[in-house]
Design a protein around this ligand. Structure first.
Ligand SMILES: [Zn+2]
Length: 209
C-alpha cells in the first residue's frame, strides 16, 4: 500500500463512449466521482465493471477486509478506506479527444521517445536538448519538422552547422505527431496495465481521421 503522493497518482479519463481523453490526478478523479459526473471503471480478470463513488467505496472496504496484503493505491480516513481508481468514465461527455497536439518540449521528447535523433541512443530528459536541424541562424524554423531531441555530444558536434557540414544524419524525419503523445506514455512508466485496452482504442480511432 502506498500513501505518499496518493492523490497525485494518475487516472485515465474516458468519455461516455469509452474513448480515452486524457490523464488526471486521483484528487481530480474523486472530485468528479463525488459530483456524480463520472464513474469508476475497474478491470477485474478481463471484465469491465463500473461503480459510483459509494459502491466503489464498498468494494474497496470489502477488498480490504478480505486480505491483509492489498495491492494498489489507497487512502484512509477516519471512517473509511478507499482504493485509488485507475480509470474513470465521464457520464455526460461524449465528445472526442482534442486532436491538436501542442508543440512543446514534453511532446517533442515523447515523439522522439527520449532518443537522440542523430546517434539513436536513449537518454534521460535531463541529458537531452532540443536541436534545430536547420540552424536558426540560417533560417531554420521553430516547428515539428525542424526540431529534434539531441544528446549533449551530438548537439555539440552539430552546433550551427547543417547536417552535411556536421557529417550527421537523422535517424528518422521529424514530423508532427498525428495523435496526442499523452497516449504514448511509455516514457513516464506511469501507465497502468488496465489502460491498454482504452489507449489502443483511442490510438486507432484517432489515427484513422
Ligand atoms: Zn546523440
Amino acid at each position: 500500500m502506498h500513501h505518499t503522493n496518493f492523490l497525485n497518482s494518475k487516472v485515465l479519463v474516458l468519455n461516455k463512449l469509452f474513448i480515452a481523453l486524457h490523464v488526471i490526478t486521483v484528487r481530480r478523479a474523486f472530485a468528479l466521482l463525488s459530483k456524480e459526473s463520472a464513474e469508476v471503471i475497474s478491470v477485474d480478470d478481463g471484465q469491465f465493471n463500473s461503480y459510483n463513488f459509494e459502491s466503489w467505496r464498498d468494494v474497496s472496504e470489502y477488498k480490504l477486509s478480505q486480505s491483509s496484503k492489498v495491492e494498489g493505491n489507497w487512502i484512509k480516513t477516519f471512517s473509511f478506506a478507499i482504493e485509488a481508481p485507475q480509470i474513470v468514465r465521464l457520464l455526460f461527455y461524449d465528445k472526442f479527444p482534442k486532436m491538436r497536439v501542442k508543440f512543446n518540449r514534453k511532446n517533442i521528447f515523447a515523439r522522439d521517445d527520449n532518443t537522440c535523433q542523430y546517434c539513436g541512443k536513449c537518454f534521460p530528459s535531463s541529458e537531452l536538448s532540443l536541436e534545430h536541424v536547420v540552424p536558426k541562424s540560417r533560417g531554420g524554423k521553430n516547428d515539428w519538422t525542424n526540431i529534434v531531441c539531441a544528446c549533449t555530444k551530438c548537439n555539440k558536434r552539430k552546433g550551427n552547422k547543417t547536417l552535411k557540414e556536421a557529417g550527421l544524419s537523422l535517424t528518422r524525419p521529424p514530423v508532427k505527431p498525428k495523435y496526442n503523445p499523452v497516449f504514448n506514455l511509455k516514457l513516464t512508466h506511469e501507465r497502468a496495465s488496465s489502460w491498454e485496452h482504452f489507449i489502443d482504442n483511442a490510438y486507432w480511432s484517432t489515427a484513422l481521421k
